[in-house]
Ligand binder design. Structure first.
Ligand code: ABU
Length: 358
């Protein structure tokens, strides 16, 4: 008797942040440039760092900084491979080249260090995010060979509408609000979002509005994904919101790690979950491109194993007492570029299926 034809296993497939990790893209820092000054940076970067961007925007990051971060990344890649995970990398690009559209010009690009920001995997679909920093307009190009390959192997490949990023998108006179009312540097002129403003829990996705993700961007993704998914907008207590993965991290079914300074109102959906505040970061010094809370920007290999920076000793203790197996990996030099393990990766394939956890 003829055997029924077996469908090949999908090459791109991830529904949540914790199913067993099989394939991942890890970013590269080579060619990275300091982003040119723009009001979108003013809204998100620590004030102590503004002068750095004003003085050096558009220049390549100093070579010793790049070399040290490259070493962190290579150690991280070896660790992932030793755990049986297939690691893919984007192309190395020289971001020092300027570029322009008919409406604006950018003195340089940024980097291909953070695939999490610009690509979102939902099931067998890989989605290019309509990111709103002008310096990131061509960042996706470094991933084209990978995207083409995944497409040829059966993945669905989608790009959200490429935004125009004209002046009208930005509030040119943006100042940090004195009170607690959220105010964002971007308007609702066209859909924009960074993929890192979403975290996935099967049929439920959680997103924060931010200085890079607007209501139109959230509506675009929601309509695109359709009725198989529910998107929950999470109110956060953060004057510089940009990427939810240092604010809340679902680690396993029923286990949510939160930043107690930013997630002061737990979304109702998590009522039956074990929600625990992350310990304070080991150092409270913000780097040029991110806050010290990247301490909780961990990468899960499965429901138990999480990759953590070894100097976060309190967090490591906390994970152990919560039943996790933290795997230390030095990443401080990479952190200076604006993120940690979750930001530096895109989980292309996790072994699991679409489920509801709520
Ligand atoms: N790109 C993640 C950084 C988030 C934060 O600075 O808190």
């Amino acid at each position: 008797m003829l055997k029924p034809l077996q469908k090949p296993a999908p090459v791109v497939c991830a529904y949540n942040e914790w199913d067993p990790l099989e394939e991942v893209v890890v970013g590269v820092v080579d060619g990275a440039c300091i982003p040119p000054w723009h009001v979108a940076l003013k809204a998100t970067m620590p004030q102590s760092q503004w002068q750095f961007f004003l003085d050096h925007g558009g220049e390549p990051f100093p070579e010793p900084m790049i070399a040290a971060a490259r070493e962190d990344l290579e150690r991280f890649v070896r660790l992932l491979e030793a755990e049986g995970v297939t690691v893919r990398r984007p192309e190395v690009v020289d971001y020092a080249r300027s570029f322009k559209t008919p409406d604006w010009e950018s003195a340089s690009g940024l980097y291909s260090a953070m695939p999490r920001d610009i690509l979102l995997v939902i099931g067998d679909e890989i989605i290019e995010a309509p990111t709103c920093w002008r310096s990131r307009y061509h960042e996706i190009d470094a991933y084209r060979p990978l995207l083409r390959e995944y497409f040829q192997q059966g993945a669905r490949w989608t790009a959200a509408p490429k935004p125009l990023l004209r002046d009208e998108l930005y509030k040119a006179d943006y100042e940090e609000p004195a009170g607690d009312e959220p105010l964002y540097v971007i308007n609702e002129v066209e859909p924009t979002f960074d993929a890192a403003d979403f975290v996935r829990c099967g049929r439920d996705l959680f997103v924060q509005k931010s200085h890079v993700t607007n209501d139109l961007g959230i509506a675009w993704l929601s309509r695109h994904l359709g009725s198989d998914y529910r998107i929950h907008v999470v109110p956060v207590h953060d004057k510089h919101p940009m990427h939810i993965d240092a604010t809340m991290m679902p680690l396993a079914p029923g286990k949510l790690l939160i930043n107690p300074e930013r997630l002061t109102r737990i979304p109702a959906a998590f009522r039956s979950w074990d929600v625990r505040p992350a310990p304070a970061p080991s150092s409270r010094a913000d780097s040029a491109l991110c806050s010290s809370w990247v301490s909780m920007n961990v990468l899960s290999l499965d429901e138990k194993r999480v990759i953590v920076e070894p100097s976060e000793t309190e967090l490591i203790r906390f994970f152990k007492s919560w039943g996790f197996e933290p795997i230390p990996c030095s990443f401080r030099n990479f952190n200076l570029f604006g993120g940690s393990f979750h930001c530096a990766t895109l989980d292309v394939r996790r072994r699991g299926e679409l489920r509801s956890y709520f």
